[in-house]
Design a protein around this ligand. Sequence first.
Ligand SMILES: [Zn+2]
Length: 261
Amino acid sequence: MQQIHDYPLPAAEAALWWLGQAGYVVRSADMTVVIDPYLSDSAAKGTPELARLYPVPINPAELRADVYIVTHDHLDHLDPETIRPYQYKGDTWFVAPRQAAGKLIDIGVPENRVVVLHAGESWKHGAVEITGVFALPSGVDVLDTTGYTITFANGRQLYHTSDTEMHPLVTAAAPKTPEVLLVPINGKWGNPGPEQAARFAQALQPKYVLPNHYDLMALNAENPDTFEWFCRQYELGDRCVIPERMKPFKWGGKPELNDIK
Ligand SMILES: [Zn+2]
């Protein structure tokens, strides 16, 4: 985590670090936001096929953020074994839809640090504004699943869809031309597969689209190269970025000299 906090970032830029599954650490405008970090192996307890395929990239006791976003109350997004050892519950703002917010309080997050945020609602803290975006839930137990856009005061922005079916209403409600779109591609339990995710990206025309939710569990795997191929078919080829876990993906800066042809 220290290397993330120490990573040099010019004022106009943002960087994200993918934690695997749908989890991220994002830094910009001197703020750190985490989204859906899954830093344990809790899902394997009920379903061995959902065991982690690689070690936890950050010890949850070392995680630190100004804002901690949870999109819905499923273990791979709201993980008690990540939140219980999280040390900064009293200093961090937690943003979540109502059901997930209740779970956060049940597992020890102080109620006065929890912000309930649904689709269409916005909340601002310092240099970051977070807005809930409609998602179509992947189960009746998470009917208030919410995607979120995160916009920093320097203009950097990203949209995390959460787990969602790609109903036309979801496309209609989604922010158009987001700078960064983070979208699941696992094609199971209601989430889009590679082609549907690419079609969704085509409708939104993001500057960059990064796939997620395909790498951590054998039962829930998909090939990101298939997504990249479909992105090329939908003329998004150069916007598709297959992330490397824990390697910074930086955007928003002036082009490097050697990028200028
Ligand atoms: Zn999920």
